[in-house]
Design a protein around this ligand. Structure first.
Ligand code: DGL
Length: 272
């Protein structure tokens, strides 16, 4: 018998970077992905909006029989994971947060750039993480208003599209000097699940020798550990199924999945 699907949501297409890592880690697992594009972006809205949306999407996914939930969004994790865990104590809920700790361990210059949404950077959860590492490195925080939107608009196009490069440049310029010399930022934390889809544009701007850190793979490993039955699944189950839903434009989700994940999966409209 197949275990239930794992539910995943994000404000839009960004959580596909986490879905990609989850499918690689758990190839036999069924997933249901919701892009909440009709209510995005989350990062520039207040926490109450993000909490209300997270509650509604979680309730919908529970109705679909999910056995676990991955919040594939840093902003929603920061605003809503505690509320969701309190409301659903029996449900394994896995969140994502900017990879500050691995960045502190990797950086040689001790100067680390953190790109994230305004909502994530302002959250109590992020502030506590930052405070716990303040003695280990210097973190240059950049609220990237507009970048998740620009990535959504560029989805399906070339990864080095001029508009995407321009939007990335606007934010990286504000952060100061990047490089391997003392005083320069040598490590960049991609603290929003959309940003891995801009990593080629960022490398074009900043060079290839910097460390870029996102959380897709560690979150996928952590999810596998939270689902012990799957970790020991035998090879007879066949590849996992994927169901895609969008509260905005299902076709945009479908074509992003085709382009970024090389998967042909229909997406349906969800009103919730
Ligand atoms: N992908 C989301 C995150 O990881 C947020 C994008 C948005 O602002 O909606 O923070």
């Amino acid at each position: 018998m197949r275990a239930g699907p794992v539910g995943i949501f994000d404000s839009g297409l960004g959580g596909l970077s986490v879905l990609q890592a989850l499918r690689a880690e758990l190839p036999q697992q069924d997933f249901i992905y919701i892009a909440d594009s009709g209510h995005a972006p989350y990062g520039e809205r207040d926490a109450d909006h993000v909490i209300a949306r997270s509650r509604a999407l979680t309730a919908h996914l529970l109705g679909q029989g999910v056995q676990a939930l991955v919040i594939a969004c840093n902003t929603a994790t920061a605003a809503a994971i505690d509320v969701l865990r309190a409301a659903h104590p029996g449900l394994p809920i896995i969140g994502v947060e900017p990879a500050l700790k691995p960045a502190a361990a990797l950086s040689r210059t001790g100067r680390i750039g953190v790109m994230a949404t305004r909502g994530t950077l302002a959250s109590a959860r992020f502030r506590a993480l930052l405070a716990s590492l303040a003695s280990q490195a210097e973190f240059v925080l950049q609220p990237c208003d507009g970048l998740a939107d620009a990535i959504e608009r560029a989805a399906g196009g070339p990864p080095n599209a001029p508009e995407l490069i321009a939007e990335c440049a606007r934010h990286t310029r504000a952060m100061g000097q990047f490089g391997l010399k003392s005083g320069q930022i040598d490590t960049l934390v991609l603290g929003c699940t959309h940003y891995p889809f801009a990593s080629e544009a960022l490398r074009t701007l900043l060079g290839t020798e910097l460390h870029f850190l996102d959380t897709g793979a560690p979150v996928a490993r952590h999810t596998r550990l939270r689902l012990p039955a799957l970790a020991s699944a035998d090879g007879s189950a066949g590849p996992g199924q994927l169901k895609l839903f969008s509260t905005g434009q299902p076709l945009a989700l479908q074509s992003a999945v085709q382009h970024w994940l090389a998967l042909h999966s229909p997406a349906a409209r969800l009103d919730c």
